[in-house]
Design a binder for this molecule. Sequence first.
Ligand code: ADP
Ligand code: MG
Length: 271
Amino acid sequence: MSNEPAGRIGTKTASEPFYLPLGNEVAVFEQCHAQQLAVMLKGPTGCGKTRFVEHMAWRLGRPLVTVSCHDDLTASDLIGRFLIRHNGTVWQDGPLTRAVREGAICYLDEVVEARQDTVVVLHSLSDYRRMLPIDKTGEQVPAAAGFQLVISYNPGYQRMLKDLKPSTRQRFVALDLDFPNVDRETEIIERESRTDHAIAHELAILGQRLRQLRDRGLVEVPSTRLLIAAARLIEAGIPARDACRAAVIGPLTDDESLLGAMQDLTDSTFT
Ligand SMILES: Nc1ncnc2c1ncn2[C@@H]1O[C@H](COP(=O)(O)OP(=O)(O)O)[C@@H](O)[C@H]1O
Ligand SMILES: [Mg+2]
């Protein structure tokens, strides 16, 4: 257990984080914020959940506090703890408490990774109470006006092992995010890598083809993030096939037959 508080606290960013909407998620999120409703973002790894939250925090002019969840994350990591100093103990707010006090958007990334007893501390914040009880100090912290809870998770991943309890799920408005279509993904790759349109388009098509291998047992399919990484390598002068092997195919699997199938698809895309 470290004394460093978990989570990154963001200052309001001056420049707009680029986010290309896929549907009506921007409008729905804005209404959730206005109505003080908590939001659950569902979608595969690398489809843009984090970027979407960064964009919405910027749009709404709220600070963003991000916590990456993992299975050691305790309620104290979120809420805070007493620190021992030479002249006694001092209370230090955790990232959730800071967000509650300052009316920030608190984003809990990959929330299913956290233990159930940690997730339970969110309950009183995600219903009409909008209150965070701090057991160790006896304080009840009311959520400041702009406070909003946002959680994300990947429904395809380890679904059988881990899931959110119904009593938790039902406190959130669910927004489904998924990979964009070829045209939108081309635009995203182009914007994020500064590569030319033709390369971006080919990578987007490759992405679509590789994602069809899900039916053949590929558990994690290539995300927009991986396609952007390949585009950056190509832009830096690495031949396209090599870039795809290193940035897209390699990270996804160690299975020889799947690697071979992905290599074939790559070779036929970049002839
Ligand atoms: N709709 C989108 N608009 C802009 N960039 C996107 C979008 N979707 C994905 N990206 C790009 O893909 C990268 C990975 O997305 P990210 O938000 O980190 O995914 P997730 O949080 O879902 O794992 C981002 O850094 C961004 O470059
Ligand atoms: Mg993320």
